[in-house]
Design a protein around this ligand. Structure first.
Ligand SMILES: CC(C)(COP(=O)(O)OP(=O)(O)OC[C@H]1O[C@@H](n2cnc3c(N)ncnc32)[C@H](O)[C@@H]1OP(=O)(O)O)[C@@H](O)C(=O)NCCC(=O)NCCS
Length: 190
C-alpha cells in the first residue's frame, strides 16, 4: 500500500487539518500511479463503491485501473488524500470534450474516513485546480439519494445551474464561483 510522510508538508502537495485535528496531505495522482487507486477502492464497502461507480462493483478491472490513472493534468486531473500516511480518498475531474469549461467530477473516500472532512478537503482542492485549468463548472452524477454527495456539493460549490433528477439518478451542473444568491438547494432537509 502507498504511504506518504505527513510532516512537514511534502513538496508539490497541499496540507490541511481536519476538524478532528488530523493532518491530511493531498497531491496530484500521477499517470500509472495505481497504488492509491487500489487502496482507496479496497477501503470502500459495497455501498460506497456502488455510490461511486453507479453500479455494484466488487473489483477494479485492469481496464478500470488504466482509465482511472490516465491523468494528463489538463483534461483529466485527480487528487489523492493521505491521512496517517495512507491513501484515504481520491477526487477527479474529466473535462467534457464538447464543453471545455465543464468537467465531470467524482469523489471517493474510504469508509473509515467518511464524514470527517476528507471529501470536503478534496473537493476544495479539486475546485481550485479546476479554476487553474479554465474549468468553471462541475457536472456531478450521483444516485438520487446520495445525501453525502449532495451535502458535499452544497458545502463546497456554488450555484446549481442545471438539475436532472429521475427515480434513480441525479445530475447537477454546479458553478465553481461562490454563490451570489445563497445557492439553490435541491433536496429537502439537505
Ligand atoms: C460522498 C463522499 C465523497 C463525502 O466524503 P466525506 O469525506 O464523507 O465528506 P465530508 O466529511 O467532507 O462531509 C461533507 C458533507 O457530507 C456529509 N456526509 C458525509 N457522508 C455522509 C453520509 N454517509 N450520509 C449523509 N451525509 C454524509 C457530511 O455530514 C457533510 O455534511 P455537512 O456539510 O452538512 O456537514 C463520501 O461519503 C464517499 O466517498 N461516498 C461514497 C462514494 C460517493 O458517494 N461519491 C460521490 C458520488 S461521485
Amino acid at each position: 500500500m502507498s504511504a506518504l510522510s505527513t510532516l512537514p508538508c511534502p513538496p508539490d502537495s497541499e496540507c490541511t487539518t481536519l476538524p478532528d485535528g488530523t493532518e491530511v496531505v493531498m497531491r496530484p495522482l500521477e499517470r500509472h500511479d495505481d497504488g492509491p487507486l487500489r487502496a482507496v477502492f479496497a477501503g470502500m464497502g459495497a455501498r460506497s463503491r456502488e455510490l461511486r461507480f453507479m453500479t455494484p462493483k466488487t473489483r477494479l478491472t485492469e481496464a478500470d485501473v488504466r482509465q482511472l490513472t490516465a491523468v494528463d493534468h489538463h483534461d483529466h486531473e485527480a487528487v489523492v488524500a493521505y491521512a496517517d500516511g495512507l491513501p484515504v480518498g481520491i477526487a477527479r475531474l474529466v473535462r467534457t470534450p464538447d464543453e471545455p469549461a465543464t468537467a465531470d467530477v467524482a469523489v471517493a473516500v474510504v469508509d473509515a474516513w467518511q464524514s470527517r472532512g476528507v471529501g470536503t478537503a478534496l473537493a476544495v482542492s479539486l475546485a481550485a485546480r479546476a479554476r487553474e485549468l479554465g474549468i468553471g463548472r462541475f457536472s456531478v452524477l450521483m444516485a438520487h439519494d446520495n445525501e453525502g454527495a449532495v451535502r458535499l456539493m452544497h458545502r463546497v460549490l456554488g450555484d446549481v445551474e442545471q438539475a436532472t433528477v429521475d427515480r434513480e439518478t441525479a445530475e447537477f451542473v454546479v458553478s465553481l464561483e461562490p454563490s451570489r444568491r445563497g445557492g439553490r438547494r435541491l433536496l429537502k432537509g439537505v
